[in-house]
Write a protein that binds this ligand. Structure first.
Ligand SMILES: [Zn+2]
Length: 282
């Protein structure tokens, strides 16, 4: 009886230890969260469009960009590519702790002029999501407004990014909101935008784009089905909080990303990138 009682207590202790150990293991188990930073344009401080409160802002000025990149460099971040991210999501590789992605939507000249040289200096590879008709110089509505603010990258400049190891992603041929097109019953146009963008990049740059980014973040499941026929990953786009991250459970066709602009404070930028690991559990 005594023995069995001791066994019982010992059993309890073991069970408790197991529970403690279990909870210890669980509390130590971290799940990695990967932030994707989406920029559109990086302008010189003394030559940038106005920032209007409450209105969409599609740029950061160079001093903001430098401060953000320096923060990443000085706080142990590793800039990884969409290829790295895709391999990780398929369980084939690990990512370094504090992995982060840098995306640029819309192949703007201000990226080539101001962001590319700095990232080269840091040895970082970003992604350019290309509107292929804009790279062809055939998209008047998105071309230079006369101020020089909205110039675009041609295939020649995009080829330089490719040669520097950047990822080239697709962002449709003419930048329509695909959800709105689909809802308007223009499914064939959706298919054409997605197919043409891929074919243009293949023909002009000699590579098959892995990833796609939705113009204006506009998507629905019908559009996603078509996207999945042409691309392995698809990136969404959010301007608002809460911050969203890629985890190992994220659907590769639904990568969340945060728009970075002059509307954010530096503290908000830091808060976003620093939440790269969270404890598993409720
Ligand atoms: Zn865009």
């Amino acid at each position: 009886m005594k023995q069995s009682r001791r066994q019982f207590i010992s059993g309890l202790a073991t069970a408790a230890g197991g529970l403690l150990l279990g909870s210890h293991v669980r509390s130590e188990e971290m799940t990695q969260r990967v932030p994707i930073l989406v920029y559109h344009r990086v302008h010189p401080d003394d030559d940038a469009p106005p920032v209007v409160p409450g209105q969409y802002c599609g740029h950061v000025v160079l001093s903001t960009f430098i401060r953000q990149m320096n923060y990443l460099r000085d706080h142990g971040f590793s800039v990884v590519t969409h290829e790295d991210l895709y391999d990780w999501l398929r369980g084939e590789t690990d990512l370094p702790p504090k992995a982060v992605l840098i995306d640029f939507d819309d192949n703007r000249g201000a990226v080539y002029d101001n962001a590319f040289p700095l990232l080269q200096q840091y040895g970082w590879r970003a992604t350019s999501f290309v509107i292929t008709a804009l790279a062809d110089s055939h998209l008047p509505k998105m071309q230079d407004d006369g101020s020089g603010w909205y110039t675009w990258m041609t295939w020649k400049e995009l080829g330089e990014l490719r040669d520097a190891g950047w990822t080239i992603g697709a962002h449709t041929r003419t930048h329509p909101n695909l959800r709105k097109l689909e809802e308007a019953g223009r499914h064939r146009r959706v298919v054409a935008e997605l197919r043409r963008a891929k074919e243009d990049i293949e023909r002009k740059l000699g590579l098959t784009p892995l990833c796609f980014a939705y113009p204006e973040g506009g998507w629905n499941e019908a559009v996603e089905e078509v996207v999945g026929q042409f691309y392995q990953t698809a990136r969404h786009w959010y301007e608002t909080t809460p911050f969203r991250y890629v985890t190992r459970q994220t659907n590769p066709l639904r990568l969340p990303a945060q728009n970075i602009s002059e509307h954010q404070s530096f503290a908000e930028f830091v808060a976003f990138v620093e939440q790269t690991a969270v404890r598993v559990g409720p």
